[in-house]
Design a protein around this ligand. Structure first.
Ligand code: SF4
Length: 216
């Protein structure tokens, strides 16, 4: 059993590798992640949030990190962004129950303002630290297509900085699985001009449709 590290201590950031069981299935990974101390994000968070969906899915969706509600409930994409995603999946002809959904980073990173916990984007170091969990999921699920929802997920999957606007909707990578990059559904919720929602939603749906077609 690894030694617990307090949330206040310096982030040594050894990475998740020593906590990821070898040759594990999704259920074993989902259990083991609760012991992970691979970076400091476990300290302030309520719990690790792993994945949902079937472990033999042909399409895997990867988001950034759990949000406030996901952190409390322990399930990915159960908050407002999850509702946008569910609508987009439906519009793209994908059954939300048949896709595997996870995040690049398994603990919620936030700053506190009064009683509010405000989302704080994970650093590249957090993406790297949490990478062994995502790699283990890819090995266990073996999807045909992986959809990166936003730049953090794209970096985690492709190992480089990705400009979503330049690369979205293309089939990338292609060795063991294709990668389709698109926006994170939460970006639609942050639009200042709500009249843009329809266009942005349509673009998200088009990218998901590309993934659905590639998955067969
Ligand atoms: S964010 Fe990832 S690497 Fe960091 S403690 Fe959580 S599960 Fe481990």
């Amino acid at each position: 059993m690894p030694h617990a590290r307090t949330a206040e201590s310096k982030p040594a950031r050894p990475g998740a590798e020593e906590w990821v069981p070898a040759s594990a299935d999704v259920a074993q990974l989902a259990q083991a992640v609760h012991d992970c101390r691979g970076c400091e994000l476990w300290g302030p968070a309520t719990q690790a949030v792993f994945s949902s969906g079937p472990d033999d899915a042909t399409v895997m969706l990867v988001g950034e990190q759990p949000g406030d509600r996901e952190d409390r409930e322990g399930e990915p994409f159960v908050g407002p962004a999850g509702r946008v995603l569910a609508d987009a999946l439906h519009a793209a002809g994908l059954d939300a129950e048949q896709v595997y959904v996870t995040n690049a980073v398994k603990h919620f990173r936030f700053t506190e303002r009064g009683k509010q916990r405000l989302h704080k984007k994970p650093d590249v170091a957090h993406i790297r630290a949490c990478g062994p969990w995502l790699e283990a999921e890819l090995t266990a699920v073996r999807p045909r297509v992986v959809v990166a929802l936003g730049a953090t997920a794209a970096r985690a999957l492709l190992g480089r900085e990705v400009r979503i606007g330049a690369e979205r909707g293309q089939l990338l990578d292609g060795e063991t699985h294709d990668v389709v990059v698109t926006t994170h559904p939460s970006s639609l919720l942050r639009l200042r001009d709500r009249s843009e929602f329809g266009e942005k939603f349509g673009a998200l749906v088009a990218d998901l449709r590309t993934a659905a077609e590639a998955a067969g």
